[in-house]
Design a protein around this ligand. Structure first.
Ligand SMILES: [Zn+2]
Ligand SMILES: [Zn+2]
Length: 307
C-alpha cells in the first residue's frame, strides 16, 4: 500500500492505495452515458501510455467558415490512475476545465492542482462516455511509504545510534537518524534483507511486507523493520538504469522490463503525520527519549527530512 504525495510540497494527495493491473478498457470511450469508475476504491494502476507527452489543444485553422476542433486525449507515460474518491487535497484549475458534454475530459491537460502549493498534479476525467478516473501526473507525485518503517526503527533503536549501509537505505533513513538519535559510534546496524537477496548476518533487518496480505517477510533472523513492498523492491533491486519500452525486435537475453517500473521522482521522505501516528501505535506509553522525539517532530512537522 502506498500514499501518493505532491512532489513539490509533500502534501498528501491520495488515500492508501494498492497497485492493480490497468484495466484493458481504460482507453475506451463508449456511448453517451455516464460510465462507472475505472478502478475500485483503494487501488491504483499505471498506464505505460504511448510514449507521447501531452499534446496541447490546437484548433485547426478556419476553412470555409468552419473551424474543425481536434484534440487527443492522452497523457504522459506511466501516469497513475486512481478512483476520484481516493484523491485528497486538490483544487480544480478553472481554465483547464473543458469537456464535450456532461463533464470534463482532460483535453486541456492536468485540471487538478495541489491545494497547498498550486502545482498541477492530476487530471479528472468524468465526461459522458469515459470511465471516471483521476490520472496523477507521474512527475508531480511520489509514493510516501517510509514513515512507518522509520517509526519501527526508532522504537527498536531504544534511543541509541543505528548505522545504515550506503545507497538507497541511507538516502531514505540516514538524515532522519542523524536528526533524531544521539551522535556517537553506532551500536546496531540496519541491513536490507528479503527474497532475492543473499542472506547476511543482520542485526536489524529491513524486510518487505507482502503487497497483498501485509504479512512481514518471515525469513530474517533477529529484529525486523517492515517496509512497504514496492519501496523495498526499489531499494533492493533498482540500479538507476532508465529503461525504455521496446517496440520490436528485442534480441533474446536483453533485459526486459516493459512497462518500465514506477520510479520515485525524488528521495523517499518520511511523512511526519504518518510517523507520529505510527509511533503512538507502537509505543502507547513512550519512554522519555522517545517522547522527546515525538514532541520534536510534532512541534516541527516539516523539519528535515520530514515532509
Ligand atoms: Zn453528455
Ligand atoms: Zn503541493
Amino acid at each position: 500500500m502506498v500514499v501518493f504525495a505532491c512532489a513539490e510540497c509533500g502534501a498528501v494527495m491520495t488515500a492508501r492505495v494498492a497497485r492493480v493491473a490497468l484495466p484493458d478498457h481504460s482507453g475506451q470511450k463508449y456511448g453517451h452515458d455516464l460510465l462507472a469508475h475505472l478502478l475500485r476504491p483503494g487501488t491504483y494502476a499505471v498506464d505505460p501510455g504511448n510514449g507521447r507527452p501531452w499534446q496541447p489543444f490546437e484548433p485547426e485553422p478556419e476553412e470555409h467558415g468552419v473551424r474543425l476542433l481536434t484534440y487527443r486525449i492522452t497523457g504522459p507515460s506511466n501516469r497513475i490512475a486512481i478512483a476520484p474518491g481516493d484523491v485528497r487535497g486538490t483544487v480544480f484549475i478553472p481554465e483547464r476545465l473543458g469537456g464535450c458534454c456532461c463533464g470534463w475530459d482532460g483535453q486541456y491537460g492536468p485540471n487538478l492542482a495541489c491545494a497547498k502549493c498550486g502545482c498541477p498534479v492530476a487530471t479528472r476525467v468524468d465526461d459522458c462516455g469515459f470511465w471516471q478516473v483521476v490520472w496523477l501526473q507521474p512527475d508531480a507525485v511520489r509514493p510516501v511509504a517510509v514513515a512507518v518503517a522509520l517509526a519501527h526503527l526508532l522504537v527498536i533503536s531504544a534511543g541509541r545510534r543505528v548505522a545504515v549501509p550506503e545507497g538507497p537505505v541511507a538516502a531514505a533513513f540516514r538524515r532522519a537518524i542523524d536528526s533524531l538519535l544521539p551522535t556517537g559510534p553506532p551500536e546496531r546496524q540496519l541491513v536490507l534483507a528479503g527474497p532475492g537477496l543473499s542472506p547476511t548476518i543482520t542485526d536489524i533487518a529491513l524486510v518487505p511486507k507482502h503487497p497483498q496480505t501485509g504479512e512481514v517477510w518471515p525469513g530474517a533472523a533477529g529484529t525486523v523493520v517492515p517496509l512497504a513492498a514496492d519501496v523495498w523492491t526499489y531499494m533492493a533491486f533498482n540500479d538507476d538504469r532508465r529503461l525504455m519500452p521496446a517496440a520490436r525486435g528485442m534480441p533474446a537475453g536483453v533485459r526486459r522490463d516493459d512497462p518500465p517500473p514506477l520510479l520515485p521522482h525524488t528521495l523517499f521522505r518520511p511523512d511526519g503525520r504518518v510517523f507520529l501516528s505510527t509511533l503512538e501505535r507502537l509505543a502507547p506509553v513512550p519512554q522519555p527519549w522517545l517522547r522527546r522525539i515525538f514532541d520534536l517532530v510534532r512541534d516541527r512537522p516539516y523539519m528535515d527530512p520530514f515532509s
